[in-house]
Every structure is written in structure tokens, then in C-alpha cells.
Design a protein around this ligand. Structure first.
Ligand SMILES: Cc1cc2nc3c(=O)[nH]c(=O)nc-3n(C[C@H](O)[C@H](O)[C@H](O)COP(=O)(O)OP(=O)(O)OC[C@H]3O[C@@H](n4cnc5c(N)ncnc54)[C@H](O)[C@@H]3O)c2cc1C
Length: 568
């Protein structure tokens, strides 16, 4: 497929929030009453400025050599494009945009029209000392696309949206995909060949192939299809020092792996123009269903059993009791349907249980086989079947969560998420520890919150935990509230508690890829030393150390010594 004709940066999503401007879910009276009861009275938080009114810092002029290298028509200096490339889509980003207060923006957005133009742009930026921030879909929640200049006077956002190439090797079941393809664009191109990539993170609709690779993304169906890193067959990385192109081979015995260096590098080492991924035939059957486990503990035990045997479902997630209750209260069935549902849970003795979603995708025979195994495990573990309608409703609403975040913020709420993982032996303990740390931090700030969690991906040796918390935003001090909660936990300056907990991880501050001047030694290798990015999501069990952080745990003076040892 040729490169797309339209080389302008995309402007099709809300500039201040998530996604399609036409989608703005509302909260009904029941949901508002629950929020009022659990987190207190909220003060509306409207957008304080229109797009045109947001003031940006003045842009530094770009070197003529850069403009000549990429073509004047591919350099965008307008405020709208600079603003749209100044932040990601985490709570802090959205709070800043809502308040119309941005202190930094790229000097320009540059859209290379192909890999060769991209290579020239990196070369000139390296020579001229212009910092580069690679930009895919801009959905980063960890400050990944922030224009942090460091010692550099000039900084560009390198928008990779025009890299849209698709080349399928049907026989090997691989596809070379341009970095700028969004999730649905890649899936649509593959669907034309009867194939799927099977990577569906919640940000699927706007995030890109390059972004998935740069962040080692995990999708909602990763238990079945594998995380993005497992889907990468080979990758190209253009760096200030030259190009890395890994071997397109199913496996190599040579190490260390350059592929591993490139994926997860968060734009710090270089720019990924394309990724060759493993694809598979599009599923002919998709079956989603919901169950109610007796408790989160019982539900996670069922999943452990499934994950340690062959035939894991494609999607498996178990909400803890608070998330289950909150989900039903905020968006569960209403009226007669709600009463019938509640009555059914009562009859089955599963009120207060843990909502469990299982999804199966594949050929009929494979779905039937895996479902039979799952049903046996769910029944043996005491889960009650809720039917396909509830499962389908989860499937259809799987990309709606971020829209609801905008609605909640507009009502005056702080909404944040974080993800971690651990081995099965310490899984329950980590769940309690992180939920407890979030709760006590919110309580300590006088803004008690709802703290939801679900098991989102399962592996033979452990699973990941995805936390969402909602509390009243401290209007006028939203960023201080967010940062204050982090600082309190990181300093450990709260009063000692008997069961002290590891905190959620800090927001990492990836630094931009930069050219040779202005603080680096001009070799390009300097950018390697700058690699400060920490990926947000830990999906490999045993990586909890990155979440808890040894330094943090040492400061938690009241943590029992045996816990200290295990979390380090
Ligand atoms: C509502 C919401 C839901 C999310 N759900 C998930 C989820 O389910 N699973 C998950 O893993 N993540 C999730 N994320 C996080 C985010 O969407 C992912 O990290 C995604 O992979 C980022 O892709 P992107 O194209 O938007 O990258 P960007 O946000 O544009 O960039 C992310 C980082 O990668 C770098 N980068 C981007 N493209 C390239 C490239 N071609 N070459 C080199 N560096 C590059 C950037 O410089 C930046 O450091 C979610 C985010 C939001 C806002």
C-alpha cells in the first residue's frame, strides 16, 4: 500500500480530552448519587479556554537546513498543531488542557513523508542540536510526548502519522506495518487479507503501531494473542548514530537482542519507522461472556488455574469487589433489568462478588475447546454464569472508558489509572498493598476516593493488576493534589501503619531524543546515556520492583522486613 496522500498532522480528536468529539457520555442520577455518597460533592470543572485562547510559549525558529531537508510543506508551526503535540492523554495532561495552562510546546510539528525523509530529519537535527520528540498517536499517559528540552534550545515533535505502509507476507503470516498506522487502520488493512494483529489496548482507536512498539504495549486480548512485544518479528530504529534493523527471523540464538533494545525504548534511542509483526487469520468466532466469582480472591484463583494449563481464553479479566460494585452502580443495568439482575445475583449468592469477563476468539473448534476448559474451571471455582449479553456489553463498551473519564473530570473528579504485576505467590498481597496505598494517600489529602482494580492479563507465573481511582479534584490545585499524593507516598511521610504498602509508581519523565549539540558529545551515543524513560505498565510478573522501587520501600520504615526483601 502506498503512503497516504494527506501528510498533515491529524486534528480529528478532542484537543482537550479523549477521542471523537461527538462522543460525550453522561452520568445518570443513580451514578451521580453514588459519586456524591462515596467521594463527596463535586465542583464542576469546565474547559477554561477555547483552543484559540490557550497561550503557548513563543516558538524558536527552526534551522533552514531542517526545513530544506523535510520540505517546507511538511513543517507545521501553527498553534493548534503545536498544542495538539504538547501533551499526551494522562490525567495530568488533561488537567493542564482543561485549565488552558501549558508551559511548554514544540517549536514545530514535522511530518516526514517517508522513511527517507525521516532519516534526513534525524540527521539534520543531530547536526543542528535540535531535540526530537517522536509522536505517534499522542496517547502516552506517562509524559512520553512532552516537549522536554533539556539543554536544547529548539525542539520539534516528529509526527509519524504519514508512515502508513503495509506489506503482508501471507505465507509467513507476518506484515510490515508503517509506524504511523493507528490500531483500526492496521486492522482494516490486515482484514482485507483475512488477517488480524489481535492487539487491542484501550487506546487502540488512536494509538499507533510505532507507539505500540516504543511502549511495549499490552492489549486487552494479550492473554490470547500476546503482548505487542511478542508480536514483533523485527523492527527498524533510526538513531542519531545510525540505523538498527533487526533480522526478520522467527528466532535467533545470537544475543544480546537488539530487538529488545528498540522495543520499549519510548522514543529515547531513536525513531521506529516500521515494525514487522506476526499476524494470524482473523477469527471466525468471537464469543464474550460474563461470570460472577465469589470474590476477587476466588476469581484470581480460577484464572491462575487456567493460566497454568493450556487453552487460556483470549480475554480474561476479573474485577475486584469494589470495581464490580462501582461498575454496576455507575453503568450497570437499570430499572427492571437492574432489579432482575440483582435478584439473580441474590439467588445465586453472588452479590458482592467479582465480575469476570472471558472472551474467546478463533476457529469454531478452538473456541469450543478452550471454552469447555474455561467453563469447567469457572464452575469448579464457584463462579456463576451471567450470560453472553453482559460479555458483549463489555466488548462493545471496551473503548468507552476514556470518554467517561472526560465526563467525570468535567463534573470535578480526579481520575487516574496505573498498572502493575506480580507473581501469583504475591499477587493478593500486591493488590491489597497498592489499593491501600492509594486509599490512604487520597484520605490523607482529604479527598477520599473509589479505588477499583481488575486482573487484566494472566500468565503462567503471575498476572497484572490495573487500578483506577476516582476522587474529588481539588479545584485550583489539581496538579498539586496529583503530585502531592505521589510525593507523600514517595517520601513515606505519613504516620506509620501496621501494614505499610508499596506506592504506585511515579510518572516517568522520558527525555527527548536529541541531536549532537547542546550538552551531548556529538556522537549520537549521548542519547543512549540519556535514556531515562520508564515504561508505565509492567506486565511481566516479577517486575514489581520497577513499580515499588527499592528506594521507596526503604523509606517505608514500617514495612515488615520480610516484605522489604520480597519487593526489592
Ligand atoms: C485512555 C488510554 C488507554 C490506554 N490503554 C492502554 C492499554 O490498554 N495498554 C497499553 O499498553 N497502553 C495503554 N495506554 C497507553 C498508550 O496508549 C500506549 O502507550 C500506546 O502504545 C502509545 O501509542 P501512541 O502511538 O499513542 O504513542 P505516543 O503517545 O505518541 O508515544 C508514546 C511514546 O513512544 C514514543 N514513540 C511513539 N511513536 C514512536 C516511534 N515510531 N518511534 C520511536 N518512538 C515512538 C514517543 O516519543 C513516546 O515516548 C492507554 C492510554 C490512554 C490515554
Amino acid at each position: 500500500m502506498p503512503y497516504k496522500g494527506d501528510m498533515t498532522p491529524r486534528r480529528d480528536a478532542k484537543w482537550w480530552g479523549w477521542g471523537d468529539t461527538a462522543i460525550e457520555p453522561t452520568l445518570d442520577d443513580q451514578a451521580l448519587a453514588v459519586l456524591r455518597e462515596r467521594i463527596g460533592e463535586l465542583e464542576p470543572w469546565p474547559l477554561s479556554r477555547s483552543l484559540e485562547e490557550v497561550e503557548l510559549p513563543a516558538a524558536e525558529p527552526l534551522p533552514q537546513t531542517l526545513i530544506a531537508a523535510v520540505g517546507e510543506e511538511n513543517v507545521f508551526r501553527g498553534d493548534e498543531d503545536r498544542l495538539r503535540h504538547a501533551t499526551g492523554r494522562g490525567y495530568v495532561d488533561l488537567a493542564r488542557l482543561r485549565n488552558g495552562a501549558l508551559t511548554a510546546a514544540p517549536d514545530a510539528v514535522v511530518v516526514p513523508t517517508g522513511a527517507e525523509a525521516l532519516r534526513r530529519a534525524i540527521e539534520v537535527c543531530t547536526a543542528e542540536g535540535v531535540a526530537i520528540v517522536p509522536f505517534g498517536g499522542g496517547t502516552s499517559v506517562v509524559g512520553g510526548v512532552e516537549p522536554l528540552r533539556g539543554p536544547h534550545e529548539r525542539l520539534i515533535s516528529l509526527d509519524l502519522g504519514a508512515l502508513q505502509e503495509v506489506e503482508v507476507d501471507r505465507r509467513s503470516l507476518t506484515a510490515r506495518l508503517g509506524a504511523g498506522l493507528r490500531g483500526p487502520e492496521a486492522e482494516a488493512a490486515l482484514a482485507g487479507e483475512g488477517l488480524t494483529l489481535g492487539h487491542f489496548p484501550q487506546s487502540f482507536e488512536y494509538a499507533t503501531i510505532g507507539g505500540f512498539a516504543a511502549t511495549r504495549s499490552a492489549g486487552q486480548a494479550s492473554s490470547g494473542y500476546g503482548r505487542f512485544d511478542a508480536l514483533v518479528s523485527s523492527v527498524r530504529l533510526l538513531t542519531p548514530a545510525g540505523e538498527i534493523s533487526t533480522l526478520a527471523t522467527p528466532h535467533t540464538a545470537a544475543g544480546p537482542s537488539l530487538r529488545e533494545l528498540a522495543i520499549g525504548s519510548e522514543g529515547v534511542l531513536g525513531v521506529i519507522p516500521e515494525v514487522t509483526v506476526r499476524v494470524r487469520p482473523a477469527p471466525s468466532v468471537r464469543r464474550y461472556e460474563a461470570w460472577m466469582a465469589e470474590s476477587f480472591e476466588a476469581g484470581t484463583e480460577i484464572v491462575r488455574g487456567m493460566a497454568q494449563a493450556p487453552g487460556l481464553p483470549t480475554v480474561i479479566r476479573v474485577s475486584d469487589e469494589e470495581e464490580t460494585e462501582g461498575t454496576l452502580a455507575l453503568s450497570g443495568p437499570r430499572g427492571l433489568g437492574g432489579r432482575l439482575f440483582d435478584g439473580y445475583l441474590g439467588v445465586r449468592g453472588r452479590r458482592g462478588g467479582a465480575l469476570t469477563i472471558v472472551g474467546f476468539e478463533g476457529e469454531e473448534e478452538s473456541v469450543a475447546r478452550r471454552r469447555a476448559l474455561a467453563v469447567r474451571a469457572l464452575r469448579a471455582g464457584g463462579a456463576a454464569y451471567l450470560g453472553q449479553a453482559a460479555g458483549r456489553s463489555w466488548e462493545h463498551g471496551r473503548y468507552r472508558g476514556p470518554y467517561l473519564r472526560d465526563t467525570l473530570m468535567g463534573r470535578g473528579a480526579m481520575v487516574e489509572t496505573l498498572e502493575t504485576s506480580h507473581t501469583w505467590s504475591r499477587f493478593g498481597e500486591l493488590h491489597q498493598a497498592v489499593a491501600g496505598a492509594i486509599r490512604s494517600s487520597l484520605d490523607g489529602q482529604g479527598t477520599p476516593g473509589l479505588v477499583f482494580c481488575h486482573l487484566s492479563h494472566a500468565y503462567a507465573d503471575g498476572a497484572s493488576l490495573y487500578f483506577t481511582f476516582i476522587s474529588r479534584a481539588r479545584r485550583g490545585a489539581e496538579l498539586e493534589q496529583w503530585a502531592g499524593g505521589q510525593a507523600r507516598r514517595l517520601r513515606g511521610d505519613r504516620r506509620p501503619r501496621r501494614h505499610d504498602h508499596p506506592p504506585p509508581r511515579r510518572r516517568p519523565r522520558p527525555r527527548p531524543l536529541h541531536g549532537g549539540r547542546g550538552g551531548s558529545d556529538g556522537t549520537g551515543a549521548a542519547s543512549l546515556r540519556q535514556g531515562a524513560a520508564r515504561p508505565r505498565r509492567d506486565h511481566e510478573p516479577g517486575q514489581a520492583r520497577a513499580v515499588t522501587g527499592a528506594a521507596v520501600i526503604r523509606e517505608e520504615a514500617t514495612t515488615p522486613p520480610e516484605r522489604l526483601r520480597s519487593f526489592r
